[in-house]
Design a protein around this ligand. Structure first.
Ligand code: F6P
Length: 341
């Protein structure tokens, strides 16, 4: 009987449990033993595993988070850690390892494949910034939560004649701010991909208010740069070299109030966008990704990532998928601008 390991790495994301369920149910179907690796790549370094059965995945598809827990451990930082992962793969008696994660986790999976491990990738991120797939699971849930947040800000903004700035997740790609902003009727949308000056932001708001409106909503991605610079919470970086973003919403709200005289407030939606139960779309996509990952294990088609292309779930080389990020193209931002103000 073949044996497969499954891990979840990086920031959690609604739909992870659906993928795990897809992997386990499909493995049982193919008579493959499945073992859960706890806390992402940390579990591969420490051999922290859990046996996964039909019972362990019963009722988890609707639940947010990940039953396998997660970490941002990067075993590729040290050669000794990479070796340990390979040793432990053999020690655990694994034939294949399914890594569910974003750019960082999948880059590790790709390097481990090059080092001789039979890895399969499953793309996860609420940011939706992975190439090679039309979309990632978790994104649909995140934009619906963000949209609901913006809807709620509208009524209080209107009652108080205020400018409400809502800071949304999106480190390098502004997909959440773009789609939730448009769906929620934001008057200004600010993305990491596009440079907009404080003068331009204030001009849009002033024009709107001089046209008879007495409130505005600004949706800003946490990675939006003013004068080419991100706003950071501190200087520390994680194992993948990422800084902790946060604070751009507050900065913009303060500047708007100072420059326009309109009373402004900021709301940071933060991890609310990542928590809680997934939408039906993310659950279904997660189940399909999980089943496809096991199909690749059965076919011994390693070094691949499952991906959505149109209505199909296909396999693409992990290396290609992590080679570049999927960001909002300029023409989509031009389209969004039609709805500004
Ligand atoms: O990568 C997904 C993401 O949600 C980013 O949008 C955000 O910058 C980051 O994770 C925050 O992660 P954490 O606070 O869990 O380290």
């Amino acid at each position: 009987m073949a044996k497969v390991g499954v891990l979840t790495g990086g920031g959690d994301c609604p739909g992870l449990n659906a993928v795990i369920s897809g992997v386990v149910r499909s493995s049982i179907h193919h008579n493959i033993e499945v073992v859960g690796i706890m806390r992402g790549w940390a579990g591969m370094l420490e051999c922290e595993t859990v046996k996964l059965t039909r019972n362990s995945v019963s009722g988890i598809t609707c639940r947010g988070g990940t039953i396998l827990h997660t970490s941002r451990t990067n075993p590729c930082k040290k050669e000794a850690d990479m070796k340990k992962v390979i040793e432990n793969f053999t020690k655990m008696g694994l034939d294949a390892l399914i890594a569910i994660g974003g750019d960082d986790t999948l880059t590790v999976a790709s390097k481990m494949y090059d080092a001789g491990l039979n890895t399969i990738g499953v793309p996860k991120t609420i940011d939706n910034d992975l190439s090679g797939t039309d979309c990632t699971f978790g994104f649909d849930t995140a934009i619906n939560i963000a949209m609901e947040g913006i809807d709620r800000l509208h009524t209080t903004a209107e009652s108080h004649n205020r400018v409400m700035v809502v800071e949304l997740m999106g480190r390098h790609a502004g997909w959440i701010a773009l789609e939730a902003g448009l769906a929620g009727g934001a008057d200004v949308i600010l993305l990491p991909e596009v440079s907009v000056s404080m003068d331009d932001i204030c001009a849009i708001i002033k024009k709107r208010h001089s046209g008879g409106k007495s409130f505005s909503i600004v949706a800003v991605a946490e990675g939006f740069k003013l004068g080419g610079k991100e706003v950071l919470q501190g200087q520390e970086v994680d194992a993948f070299g990422h800084v902790k973003l946060g604070g751009i919403g507050n900065y913009i709200a303060t500047e708007i109030e100072k420059r326009t005289g309109f009373e402004s407030r900021v709301t940071v939606l933060g991890h609310i966008q990542r928590g809680g139960s997934p939408t039906a779309f993310d659950r279904f996509l997660g189940l399909r990704f999980g089943v496809k990952a096991v199909e690749l294990v059965v076919k011994k088609d390693f070094g691949k990532m499952v991906a959505k292309r149109g209505n199909d779930i296909v396999a693409v080389p992990i290396k290609e998928a992590v080679a570049k990020l999927s960001t909002v193209p300029p023409e989509l931002y031009e389209f969004a601008k039609i709805f500004f103000g």
